[in-house]
Design a protein around this ligand. Structure first.
Ligand SMILES: [Zn+2]
Ligand SMILES: [Zn+2]
Length: 273
């Protein structure tokens, strides 16, 4: 068995991994090598810009509930199966022990003088090409609901900095778009325009548009907590625009989703006008 030695320079790790696209293709389709969790892992990296990310970034997107990224263990087992199958070489790391992540990935420190800043893994080009050629890249992988909620909130907070006038102008300038669906682990979600949400919140000015009470609490940034609701639900074809969105307190929001009384709908529609 040939021994190849991992070299490190300026925090960048390198070793000759001469696995061909065809070899990757055949291994990708071999369930004894690419277990479901390994395939899932490489697809997550595939979906990142440049097919590169730190393990922590990927974990936050897909499984924020975990304390630590699970990918070290997954890549270690995957590489063990790959090297056994190829039976050609093994990689010795800089500490003299076998190195494992380096086979499907290249890797470097984000800022090698501060290793705690994170270590970037990048899918090898040949593996990327193989994934595309075997048509595996269209497989759905699921973003976590927490991640989507967080992103949505960040986008709304950003849009909230604009004035009502600016938001209305911005929204009007957009071409009518179809509401997109995003699939999360929990359910189908609909992508909402953060500008539309921010506008509904601004216009409500801290008061629930159904019961008229003040928002139950202020968020950390000092703005009132209300939830944006679509009077005609997106799931029933309602549009994501200012004629269909209101800001509600959490109780009234639940009420609209559980009872959805026609009187309440009419009241909300009138309150927008
Ligand atoms: Zn209310
Ligand atoms: Zn709602």
């Amino acid at each position: 068995m040939e021994r190849r030695y991992l070299k490190e320079s300026n925090g960048h790790y390198e070793v000759d991994i001469d696995i061909s696209v065809d070899e990757w293709k055949s291994m990708l389709q071999n369930h004894e090598i690419f277990y479901e969790n390994a395939l899932d892992m490489v697809l997550k990296w595939y979906n990142e810009v440049g097919h590169q990310a730190t393990a922590n970034t990927v974990k936050e997107k897909y499984s924020p509930e975990l304390k630590r990224p699970p990918y070290n263990g997954i890549v270690k087992e995957l590489t063990r199966r790959i090297l056994k199958h190829l039976n050609r070489f093994e990689v010795i790391g800089t500490t003299g022990k076998k190195s494992v992540f380096i086979v499907p990935f290249e890797g470097w420190y984000v800022d090698y003088k501060r290793p705690n800043k994170g270590f970037v893994w990048k899918l090898r080009d040949e593996l990327v090409q193989a994934l595309e050629e075997v048509g595996m890249v269209d497989r759905q992988i699921f973003l976590s609901k927490e991640y989507l909620d967080k992103k949505e909130q960040e986008n709304i907070n950003k849009a909230f900095q604009l004035s009502i006038y600016e938001l209305e102008k911005k929204i009007d300038a957009k071409t009518k778009k179809q509401t997109l669906k995003t699939t999360s682990a929990a359910s189908v979600r609909y992508d909402r325009d953060p500008d539309v949400s921010a506008l509904a919140l601004k216009k409500a000015n801290g008061y629930c548009q159904l019961c008229g009470n003040l928002a139950p609490f202020l968020k950390k940034d000092g703005t009132p907590f209300l939830e944006v609701h679509h009077i005609r639900w997106l799931s029933e074809g309602g549009v994501d625009d200012k004629t269909n969105t209101v800001a509600l307190c959490p109780n009234c929001h639940r009420k609209m989703h559980i009872l959805d009384l026609q009187d309440d709908r009419d009241f909300l529609i009138n309150s927008i006008k």
